[in-house]
Design a protein around this ligand. Structure first.
Ligand code: SF4
Ligand code: SF4
Length: 63
């Protein structure tokens, strides 16, 4: 369960399904199924690791 923190979350906007973010999340929060990337916000710690690998900046931090 995500701790109560004064921080935002990761959103997926404009993903082209390249697969570069596969297995990048150390917490198993980022999953790609049937061409769609989703973030499990109960697992995501907002570590930002995935944001840095996406070539089209489809993974964005939302305040
Ligand atoms: S921000 Fe970190 S914890 Fe959240 S989905 Fe991306 S890699 Fe995983
Ligand atoms: S790296 Fe970016 S464009 Fe590629 S599958 Fe992941 S979110 Fe989509």
């Amino acid at each position: 369960m995500k701790m109560s923190k004064a921080e935002g979350c990761i959103a997926v906007i404009g993903c082209n399904n390249c697969g570069k973010c596969d297995n990048i999340c150390p917490y198993g929060a980022l999953q790609r199924r049937a061409g769609k990337v989703s973030i499990d916000h109960s697992r995501c710690t907002v570590c930002m690791k995935c944001i840095n690998v996406c070539p089209v900046k489809a993974l964005v931090y939302v305040d």
